[in-house]
Design a protein around this ligand. Structure first.
Ligand SMILES: [Zn+2]
Length: 422
């Protein structure tokens, strides 16, 4: 019987709990984590004290908002002042299993406990099963992703081949030699390996399942993996600091949040949580007793939906990665991002090149979508389609200006902010 990669759960009780039960579950670990960090992590204690809080004041996800967000960009300085981990590590140096070095530099400790990076549920939901032989093509030195996934795959019962980055020909040869059924790594490198196998004339690689991350996965690329190569392809989202926080299930309609992360979507400037459905910065608190990141601002933008998912998992879903917070512009209280400008153009159709100009008229922000028409496109139709796409994608009203071909310079910014504040 062929392996059913879509059915079942890694931890049914957790993954299908009711929203109330999840709130209680998270409140329980949060209270324990905060108490532990208060005693063992002076960096966390300083932040609580600064906010005039003790562990008693942080007993639920709602209480977390009383603490400021730690920006990822602050980490190098925090660690310089209190080396090596900024006072955020609860375990003596000699008891750690690994220390990673991410760009910044930011040091990340990996503690003695297994499963602290929460990758197992995501890999299982994405189709990995015990007995899979998996090529792990993430970088194995300095940064943590490869090791975190390595451990999670081991917990599921997979065999890992730590091939690391690059060496395409070796990857192809090894994948065939060991009959690798699984792949983890970036989507672009998966395509490189598949194409190289064809060039080398070794036939189709045995991959059946892939979890990809670290870069965007265009749906067109996923279709090629799934339809042309028969590889069930799902995404995970995490960062070096907090581990995996979200993963796709068989439905592939957004990434379920892991139960051991409390994720907020916040205004990147004020750190205030935003209403559901709005784009904002992903701020996470993760249940990692060695390295308790409390309200860690990833700098990544996303939207979270709490619509139910047919797969039966009840956790909210992160609707894709929407770019970096430092690229956003606020218009009438809503954040817009360069990727949304492209999304508007793609939805509307008939647009060859475009740019959004944000200006002021009186005390009102004005959003003008400038568009060069694609050959054969009709101005009135494009205008109407763009206006409704702006409303759908950006939740804003905007006007459209059709400009002659070549009017928008090649190097123009996607969002030109022409507001003057004086
Ligand atoms: Zn689902």
């Amino acid at each position: 019987m062929p392996l059913d990669r879509r059915a079942g759960y890694w931890d049914r009780a957790k993954e299908t709990m009711s929203p109330r039960a999840r709130e209680r579950y998270q409140a329980r670990w949060l209270a324990r984590l905060i108490q532990h960090a208060w005693e063992k992590a002076p960096g966390v204690r300083r932040r609580l004290e600064h906010a005039r809080l003790t562990p008693r004041g942080v007993r639920s996800a709602a209480d977390l908002t009383r603490l400021p967000v730690i920006k990822k960009s602050e980490m190098p300085d925090l660690q310089k002042v209190d080396p090596p981990f900024g006072g955020f590590c609860t375990v003596p140096l000699g008891k750690l299993r690994r220390i990673f070095v991410s760009p910044g530099p930011i040091l990340e400790p990996m503690g003695p406990e297994v499963g602290a990076w929460h990758g197992e549920a995501g890999l299982f939901a994405g189709g990995f099963r015990a007995g899979d032989v998996v090529l792990n093509t993430y970088l194995y030195h300095l940064v943590p992703a490869a090791h975190e996934l390595d451990e999670a795959l081991h917990l599921i019962g997979c065999t890992v081949v730590p091939t690391g980055v690059g060496n395409t020909d070796t990857q192809v040869t090894v994948a065939r030699a060991v009959g690798a059924t699984g792949y983890v790594g970036t989507p672009s490198f998966l395509m490189t390996i598949l194409q190289r196998a064809e060039e080398m004339g070794v036939g189709r690689l045995p991959f059946q399942v892939a979890q990809v991350g670290a870069e965007a996965l265009p749906e067109s690329l996923r279709r090629r993996f799934e339809e042309d190569y028969g590889i069930m392809t799902r995404q995970g989202f995490g960062t070096a600091d907090i581990g995996l926080v979200a993963y796709e299930c068989p439905e592939k309609s957004g990434m379920h949040l892991v139960d051991d992360a409390i994720v907020e979507v916040c205004d990147p400037q004020t750190g205030e949580p935003l209403p559901p459905g709005q784009i904002g910065e992903l701020v996470a608190t993760v249940n990692n007793t060695t390295y308790p990141m409390i309200r860690f601002g990833t700098g990544d933008l996303t939207i979270v939906s709490d619509e139910p998912c047919p797969c039966g998992r009840t956790a909210s879903r992160m609707l894709g990665w929407r770019g970096r917070a430092d690229e956003v512009t606020k218009v009438r209280g809503m954040f817009i991002h360069p990727r949304q400008v492209d999304e508007v153009a793609a939805r509307a159709g008939g647009v060859a090149r475009c740019q959004v100009v944000v200006g002021r008229e009186g005390h009102q922000d004005m959003l003008i979508f400038r568009a060069e028409l694609a050959p054969g496109a009709e101005a009135t139709a494009v205008r109407g389609a763009v206006v409704s796409a702006i409303r759908d994608v950006m939740k804003l009203r905007g006007s459209v200006e059709i400009v002659p071909a070549g009017a928008i310079p090649e190097a123009a910014r996607k969002i030109a902010d022409e507001r003057k504040w004086d």
